[in-house]
Ligand binder design. Structure first.
Ligand SMILES: [Zn+2]
Ligand SMILES: [Zn+2]
Length: 297
């Protein structure tokens, strides 16, 4: 059996999120799909897995809804086990930022740069900085060459990082990037709002770039929020992730043993088996809450 993961989002006004939630749950259940979906008044953000046949049949029906018919769907190979269950939730935002309401991609967001254009920027040594809008633990296992780690633990921290971004991008074009594009819609809008000029966002995110250029300017692996951990697009991937304890190469993630933190960090097999439950920082080690451990990768 061949499985496939679908990723898509759209910022569009949904008059009645609860009604869409009900319809969406019914549709996903009928095609035996699992995954995570958030619906809000500002749009939809969805990742689903099922057999290739079921996911394609789901799309045929879902895309008949004129609100979503032009949605850009990214497909990647699944395992059949990428998600434990189906979850469809209604939330205030499709990406949790808690930004002021005037940051609204339906009204204003940065222009899109295609993967091909980004590739040309690299080849021609254009004067630009890639600003990575993902969380720092996602950055650590893979990222674009010469990109800026904004060192966030969550998207809502962007306002605190503005000064650093300003410092590192003086006089240069800015390209915001994230996994599949949904975060950049808001993050780039925030940069424009904060007075940045010459801001672009990568169309379709890293996902679209790596799909086109598996041996291009993205190094390491693309972190995913599902059980696959790594999206494999073929190509000669080099391991750039480093163990938090011994600095050896690794792409294995572990959750911080402090249950209140639960932050993901990279750890190698040796350190994992020799040192037992691990903490992401000294602070977490000194005040361990209930110790739980999950291993990914
Ligand atoms: Zn190690
Ligand atoms: Zn921690």
């Amino acid at each position: 059996m061949k499985y496939q993961v679908l990723i898509f989002y759209k910022y569009i006004t949904i008059e009645n999120p609860l009604e869409l939630q009900k319809k969406y749950l019914e549709l996903c259940t009928r095609f035996k799909l699992k995954g995570r979906t958030i619906i809000a008044q500002e749009g939809i953000n969805s990742t689903l897995e099922g057999t290739v046949e079921d996911t394609e049949n789901f799309l045929k029906e879902f895309l008949q809804d004129s609100r979503f018919s032009d949605i850009f769907v990214k497909r990647s190979e699944g395992t059949g086990n990428s998600f434990p269950k189906l979850s469809v939730k209604v939330r205030p935002e499709i990406v949790a930022t808690r930004f002021p309401p005037e940051i609204d991609p339906r009204i204003q967001t940065a222009p899109y740069l295609s993967p091909e254009e980004l590739h040309t920027w690299y080849e021609k040594n254009e004067n630009f900085v890639v600003v990575d809008m993902r969380n720092s633990y996602e950055f650590s296992s893979g990222h674009f060459k010469n990109s800026l780690d904004t060192k966030m633990d969550a998207s809502r921290e962007l306002p605190e990082k503005i000064d650093t971004i300003k410092d590192k991008t003086q006089g240069k074009k800015i390209l915001t990037v994230c996994t599949a594009g949904v975060r950049c819609e808001k993050m780039s809008a925030y940069l424009l709002h904060a007075g940045f000029k010459d801001v672009y966002q990568l169309d379709g995110g890293m996902h679209s770039y790596i799909e086109k250029y598996p041996d291009g300017h993205f190094e390491g692996t693309l972190f995913t929020f599902d059980n696959r951990l790594v999206m494999d697009f073929g190509g000669n991937r080099k391991i750039i992730g480093r163990c938090k304890r011994c600095d050896d190469k690794t792409e294995q993630y572990q959750n911080c043993a402090n249950a209140e933190c639960n932050m993901l960090f990279l750890i190698c097999n040796d350190c994992m088996s020799s040192e037992g439950p691990g903490f992401c920082s000294e602070k977490c080690e000194k005040s361990p809450a209930r110790v739980v451990q999950r291993v990914r990768g």
